[in-house]
Design a protein around this ligand. Structure first.
Ligand SMILES: CC(C)(COP(=O)(O)OP(=O)(O)OC[C@H]1O[C@@H](n2cnc3c(N)ncnc32)[C@H](O)[C@@H]1OP(=O)(O)O)[C@@H](O)C(=O)NCCC(=O)NCCS
Length: 184
């Protein structure tokens, strides 16, 4: 499915779009930069490849400079995960753009609620997420449990949620009045 992502001037600005197979390695490298700092959970190249349809990227030329992913837990609930912006590009609104791209993906898939875990409180608050408790999401706690038992260190983060509701409407389909159809 093709989803239009915003970019006011594609010639001057990075393009924000759904990810493609060719982006896998650069997404993995971007995420790996922050894994060592404990800001993000590790992902293998294979995991990124398998989930590539869930990623949104910001690209300048052929360089991936930001990414985020929609990690689905149920037909109505997903996590905004793997939000990363290249260090040289912080503060330009790219984090905001890729998260908004993930929200578009979620709406297109009829997912009603998103949550995110982050140490950057202001980032998700600025995107109209509300602070909540991760205990609302037992599926996430179960996943943390599995990671901990496999030796991954989990840095405690704050939890944010957003209910997408009906803010996004499908384009109206124009139907020819029956009378006109009969006349033609
Ligand atoms: C957090 C991160 C994704 C923000 O990306 P960005 O492109 O710099 O963010 P934006 O320019 O879209 O900023 C949006 C808002 O978030 C705030 N913000 C950005 N980075 C922030 C940070 N590290 N901590 C707190 N607030 C932050 C900005 O001040 C801005 O708010 P404002 O409009 O009120 O000024 C980026 O710093 C990053 O990649 N961090 C390392 C990876 C990480 O921590 N990932 C998990 C976070 S979900």
């Amino acid at each position: 499915m093709t989803i239009p992502f915003s970019s006011t001037d594609p010639a001057a600005n990075p393009v924000v779009r759904t990810a493609a197979r060719a982006d896998v390695e650069q997404i993995w490298e971007l995420i790996s930069c922050y894994v060592a700092e404990g800001l993000m959970l590790p992902r293998t190249l294979e995991q990124v490849t398998m989930a590539i349809d869930n990623y949104v990227v910001a690209v300048a030329g052929s360089r991936v400079i930001a990414c985020a992913a929609l990690d689905e837990y149920s037909p109505s609930l997903a996590e905004v995960a793997s939000v990363a912006v290249a260090k040289s590009e912080h503060g330009r609104g790219l984090g905001t753009e890729v998260v908004l791209g993930v929200e578009r993906l979620a709406r297109a898939r009829d997912i009603g609620e998103l949550f995110a875990l982050s140490l950057s409180d202001r980032f998700f608050l600025s995107l109209d997420y509300d602070a909540t408790s991760v205990s609302r999401y037992p599926e996430k706690l179960a996943r943390y449990g599995r990671l901990t038992s496999s030796g991954v260190d989990i840095v405690p983060k704050r939890c944010f949620k957003k209910v997408l509701g009906n803010l996004w409407e499908r384009p109206a389909i124009y139907e020819e009045p029956a009378k006109q159809l009969r006349a033609s």
